[in-house]
Design a protein around this ligand. Structure first.
Ligand code: NAD
Length: 452
C-alpha cells in the first residue's frame, strides 16, 4: 500500500510513499525502546550536544525543507522558510534542557529526599497536515531532550518534511531508531501508537473528534496524552481601539495558511457602534491579501491542502451564504479558495463550527459582557485577540475569555519560549515554553535514610 502525494497548487502527483502497517510500526517501536535506553544513559551534556548538532543540520537545510513544504502543502515560500527556521529554533531552545532537568531536594526528617525527572521511554507523536514540520518539532524536540525516543506519524497528505527531518537527525549523528517517522494511515499507524503498550505517551494534534478517540484509547493503559485540537477563536474589536490597525491586520489573523490554522481568529466580533466603519476598512484589507503561486516571494496565501478539504470548506459558503465580500484567488488547477467574509446570524453553522479555511464571520456585539458571552459560546478555547486602548478593559477581557492563548492589539500566539495549548475541547496539556520537557517525564521521589 502507498500514499499518493499531490501538489495542492497545481494538482500534479509529487510522489508515492510506502505506507507503514502494524507489524512495521511495532518493529519501529521496539527499535525505539532499545535506542531510548542508551540515549537516556548518555551524559546530559552529550544529549545537549547531539540536539545542537541536529539544529545545525536543520539550519543548513532550511531552504530545502521550505521548498519541500511548498510542494507538499502549498505553503507560501516565505512562510515555509519561517517554519523550517522555527524547527531549528525549537531544537536549539530544547538543547538547553538536558542539563537543566532539575529535581528537588525536599526537607524531611530522618534522611534526604530527592526528586528525579525520569524519561517516559518511547513517545508517539501524531501530527496533522496544516503545519507538518513545526508541530512535529514541538513534540520531538522536548521529548528527545528529556531522554525519550520518538516515533512520529505524520498526516497522510503531508509526510515529506517529517521524513526529511528524520533523515537529517541521522545525518546529525542521533542514534539509529531514536527518532523514526512512520508514514501511514491514522486508523492503522496512529491507532497502533495508542494501543502498543511500549509507547508510554501520545502527543496528538488534529481534530477534536479524532482526539477524543485517541484519549479514550489511551485510557485503556492509563497512557499519558497531550491533545492539541480545534479552535473557533474570537478577534474582539472594541470601539476605542485603533480601528484602522485592527481592520488592516484582521485578514492576517485568520487567512494565514489559507485559514488552515488552529489559532485562526475566524470569528471577528465588533462593537456595534463601529461595525459599519470596521467593515468599510476590512473590505480593502481583504482584497489586498496576495493569493497565488506559493513560489512567488510576495504571495501571502496559497491553496487549500487537498480536494477533500476544499469541498469541506466550500460547504460553508453555499450560493445563498451571507457573503459581505471576497478577495481574489487564481482559477485553473489547484485547490484555490478566495478569502471570504460572511455576516451570518449568531447560531449559524459558519459562526459556530471550525471551518479551517479562508472564511471569516463578522458579528456585532453590544458591550463587554455581550462580547465575553459571545466569545465563550463555543466548546473550543484555543486562541483569540482583543483590540482596545483601555488597559483595564484589555486585562478584564484577557482574564474572562476562556482560551489558552490570547493577544492584545496583535494576533501573535505561538512562540517556542511560551506555553501553548487549549481550554475546553481545544486540548489537554501544554506544549512549548520552558516546562515542555517536564511533560515527557515522570517525577520519581527517592528517600535516603541517614544514620544520625
Ligand atoms: P485529523 O484528526 O483528521 O488527523 C490528525 C492526525 O491523526 C493525522 O495524522 C491522522 O492520520 C491521525 N489519525 C486519524 N485517525 C486516527 C486514529 N483513529 N487514531 C490515531 N490517529 C489518527 O485532523 P486533520 O484534519 O489532519 O487536522 C486538522 C485539525 O487539526 C483541525 O481541527 C485543527 O484545528 C487541528 N489542529 C490543532 C492544532 C493545535 O495545536 N491545537 C494544530 C494544528 C491543527
Amino acid at each position: 500500500m502507498s500514499l499518493t502525494l499531490i501538489n495542492p497548487a497545481d494538482e500534479t502527483v509529487i510522489t508515492e510513499i510506502d505506507e507503514f502497517d502494524v507489524p512495521r510500526t511495532d518493529a519501529a517501536i521496539a527499535r525505539a525502546a532499545v535506542a531510548q535506553k542508551l540515549w537516556a544513559r548518555l551524559a546530559p551534556a552529550g544529549r545537549a550536544a547531539a540536539l545542537r548538532r541536529f539544529a545545525d543540520v536543520v539550519d543548513a537545510h532550511v531552504e530545502e525543507l521550505a521548498l519541500l513544504e511548498v510542494r507538499n502543502s502549498g505553503h507560501p515560500v516565505s512562510q515555509a522558510r519561517w517554519e523550517a527556521g522555527h524547527v531549528r529554533d525549537v531544537l536549539e531552545y530544547y538543547a538547553a534542557a538536558p542539563e537543566r532537568l532539575f529535581g528537588k531536594q525536599i526537607p524531611v526528617a530522618g534522611g534526604l529526599d530527592l526528586t528525579f525527572a525520569e524519561p517516559l521511554g518511547v513517545v508517539g507523536i501524531i501530527t496533522p497536515w496544516n503545519f507538518p514540520m513545526t508541530i512535529a518539532s514541538w513534540g520531538f524536540a522536548p521529548a528527545l531532550a528529556a531522554g525519550n525516543a520518538v516515533v512520529l506519524k505524520p498526516a497522510e497528505w503531508t509526510p515529506l518534511t517529517s521524513l526529511r527531518l528524520a533523515a537529517l537527525a541521522l545525518e546529525a549523528g542521533l542514534p539509529e531508531g531514536l527518532f523514526t517517522v512512520l508514514p501511514g494511515r491514522g486508523p492503522v499507524v496512529g491507532e497502533r501508537l495508542v494501543t502498543n503498550p511500549t509507547v508510554r505517551k501520545v502527543v496528538f494534534t488534529g481534530s477534536t473528534v479524532t482526539g477524543k478517540r485517541v484519549m479514550a484509547g489511551c485510557a485503556e493503559q492509563v497512557k499519558r496524552v497531550t491533545l492539541e485540537l480545534g479552535g473557533k477563536s474570537a478577534n474582539i474589536v472594541f470601539a476605542d481601539s485603533d480601528l484602522e490597525k485592527a481592520a488592516a491586520t484582521a485578514p492576517y489573523g485568520v487567512f494565514e495558511n489559507a485559514g488552515q490554522d488552529c489559532c485562526a481568529r475566524s470569528r471577528i466580533l465588533v462593537e456595534r457602534s463601529v461595525y459599519e466603519r470596521f467593515m468599510e476598512l476590512l473590505e480593502p484589507a481583504v482584497a489586498g491579501v496576495k493569493v497565488g503561486d506559493p513560489l512567488d516571494e510576495a504571495t501571502e496565501m496559497g491553496p487549500l491542502v487537498a480536494r477533500g478539504h476544499y469541498e469541506k470548506v466550500a460547504s460553508y459558503v453555499p450560493d445563498d451564504a451571507p457573503v459581505a465580500f471576497r478577495g481574489q484567488a487564481p482559477s485553473g488547477p489547484g485547490f484555490w479558495f478566495p478569502p471570504t467574509v460572511l455576516t451570518p446570524g449568531r447560531t449559524d453553522r459558519s459562526a459556530t463550527e471550525e471551518i479551517f479555511g479562508p472564511v471569516v464571520t463578522v458579528l456585532p456585539f453590544d458591550d463587554e459582557a455581550d462580547a465575553i458571552g459571545l466569545a465563550n459560546a463555543t466548546d473550543y478555547g484555543l486562541s483569540g485577540s482583543i483590540w482596545t486602548r483601555d488597559l483595564s478593559r484589555a486585562v478584564r477581557m484577557a482574564r474572562a475569555v476562556e482560551s489558552g492563548n490570547l493577544s492584545v492589539n496583535s494576533h501573535s500566539s505561538v512562540r517556542y519560549s511560551t506555553p501553548f495549548g487549549g481550554f475546553k475541547q481545544s486540548g489537554l496539556g501544554r506544549e512549548l515554553g520552558p516546562d515542555a520537557p517536564l511533560a515527557f517525564t515522570e517525577t520519581k521521589n527517592v528517600f535516603l535514610a541517614i544514620d544520625e
